[in-house]
Design a protein around this ligand. Structure first.
Ligand code: ADP
Length: 487
């Protein structure tokens, strides 16, 4: 891997535990990181356990007060330096990301800049953690509300955005004056280590940010939830693991930030600009090979434009190039692992057995490995697995609907509530539909909603809290009210 980098030091084979870089040779157990495009082993890292995570938590706890005591401007200056370093090293960070995760290099570079945008934004916002003054309830009283950092934060992140999912947790945490112990997904720890290295170079003090590499995620989660020095656990991943963390955190009323699964509806009304809707569907469905929690999972098309939309989408999808993300012109990389591949196959065969038709794709790609053909299914109905579960792969199931009421009911018929999308040019309908969709985010005439300036997050079983925007910073602070008497 390091031979492909301009700065080979960005791929350390060590974890950062409480300010100390720990080599695989010092840790006893190790694990391998592989490239999903070809199965090559790209790194051997320390497989850390309870001892090391506790050590990282102790260090984060020991330095938290001093970090919080710095002025917001001092913390902002360091975050700004980190942002500059991420941008300056974006090519290398993208290469690391593609090789450990599989997404096309241009998309990986986009993710790095997206991750960096949170670091920039929250550094700026650090200076705007405002409080309130409230008119006193008695003549001799004054009331002041201040915001303080929650303290030490534990972060657990997934493999689908190895850079951005961590950056958008560590940036608001550090901006607010919290310290963080993170555990990246074992499939993709290298982007997290590169981020830690750049953070160190930017001047983040020792112990403020740790990256604990481990395959023992359940044990690490347990320790984060039960260690009394941790005040908040922030997690992005599956709803099942989110529930486990919530149960484990109950004993100490753990503050939780949870970004969990979605089952995003993507609705195309008869009055939509169909070409724009096709463009939006391409981005929303096939970005990251369908492996994002905001990916369109169910595409509902009104009967008047169903055939046109399906034909235009098919034309675009059949031109997609599948392959190693490092190769020129590739826009669909491998899936992350065998389980992901099996889930895609299971969803497709279930749909086909219940009457759906494969319009494009529908098979493993000829190059073998973890590659799957970008796929479109038509004639999909709500009895099929694709209607209920997140596919997390390159499969677009097209459902047909007739009325606005019907599609809203179908769209909301899920325990998830993360992202939703719809296309229409009718202003009154836009407000009606947007207000009725039971989702934390609604993309209207767009398939791309993620930005550091807006609150990303879900309702129902899709999560708790928001990431990005001023609301995202608030989630790393506690309110304290001061009541001054005797005036
Ligand atoms: P995915 O399907 O994206 O792998 P997971 O929820 O399994 O979703 O994984 C997201 C993150 O949660 C990863 O870092 C993974 O290692 C971690 N994880 C998995 N199981 C647990 C658990 N029981 N407790 C804490 N973290 C876990």
């Amino acid at each position: 891997l390091s031979s492909k980098l301009k700065d080979p030091s960005l791929a350390p084979d060590k974890a950062l535990v409480g300010g100390q870089w720990l080599a695989a040779s010092e840790s006893g157990k190790t694990f391998e990181v592989t490239n999903p495009a070809n199965g090559d082993v790209i790194a051997v890292l320390p497989d850390l356990g309870k001892v090391e995570v506790s050590k990282a938590i102790d260090a984060a706890h020991a330095v938290q007060k001093a970090w919080a005591k710095k002025t917001a401007k001092e913390r902002a200056t360091i975050l700004r330096k980190l942002f500059d370093l991420m941008v300056a090293n974006a090519d290398d960070l993208a290469t690391i990301l593609t090789i450990e995760m599989g997404k096309p290099w241009a998309e990986a570079r986009g993710e790095v800049l997206y991750g960096a945008s949170y670091v920039e934004w929250f550094g700026e916002e650090a200076k705007r953690v405002y409080g309130d003054t409230i008119p006193g309830h008695q003549a001799d009283k004054r009331i002041i509300v201040i915001r303080q950092p929650v303290g030490v934060v534990g972060a657990i992140t997934p493999w689908n955005f190895p850079n951005a999912m961590l950056a958008r947790k560590m940036a608001p945490a550090l901006a607010a004056g919290c310290t963080m112990v993170s555990k990246p997904a074992a499939q993709t720890p290298l982007s997290a280590l590169a981020l830690a290295l750049l953070a160190e170079r930017a001047g983040v003090p020792a112990g403020v940010f740790s990256v604990v590499t481990s395959t023992q995620s359940a044990m690490i989660g347990q320790e984060m939830c039960s260690n009394e020095k941790i005040r908040k656990v922030t997690f992005t991943g599956s709803t099942n693991v989110g529930k486990i963390l919530m149960r484990q955190g109950a004993d100490q009323i753990m503050k939780l930030g949870l970004e969990l699964g979605g089952n995003a509806p993507f609705i195309v009304f008869d009055d939509a600009d169909v070409d724009a809707a096709v463009e939006g569907a391409m981005i929303s469905k096939y970005r990251n090979n369908g492996q994002t929690c905001v990916c369109a999972n169910r595409i509902y098309v009104q009967s008047g434009v169903y055939d046109t939309f399906a034909a235009k989408l098919a034309e675009r999808v059949s031109k997609m190039k599948v392959g190693d993300g490092m190769a020129e012109g590739v826009n669909a990389g491998p899936l992350i692992d065998q389980n992901a591949l099996k889930k895609v196959e299971e969803h497709i065969s279930d749909a086909v057995s219940k009457g759906a038709k494969v319009a494009v794709g529908g098979n493993r790609d000829a190059q073998g490995g973890l590659f799957y053909q970008p796929t479109i299914l038509t004639g999909v109905t709500s009895e099929m697995m694709v209607a209920r579960e997140e596919t997390f792969g390159p499969v677009a199931p097209l459902f047909k609907f007739d009325t606005e009421e019907q599609v809203i009911e179908m769209a909301n018929d899920t325990e998830f509530g993360l992202a939703s999308y719809f296309y229409s040019k009718d202003v009154a309908k836009i407000f009606r539909v947007a207000e009725q969709l039971e989702y934390g985010m609604v993309g209207i005439n767009t398939g791309l909603i993620s930005t550091e300036v807006a609150p990303f997050g879900g309702i129902k079983q899709s999560g708790l809290g928001r990431e990005g925007s001023k609301y995202g910073l608030e989630d790393y602070t506690e309110l304290k009210y001061l009541c001054l008497g005797g005036i």
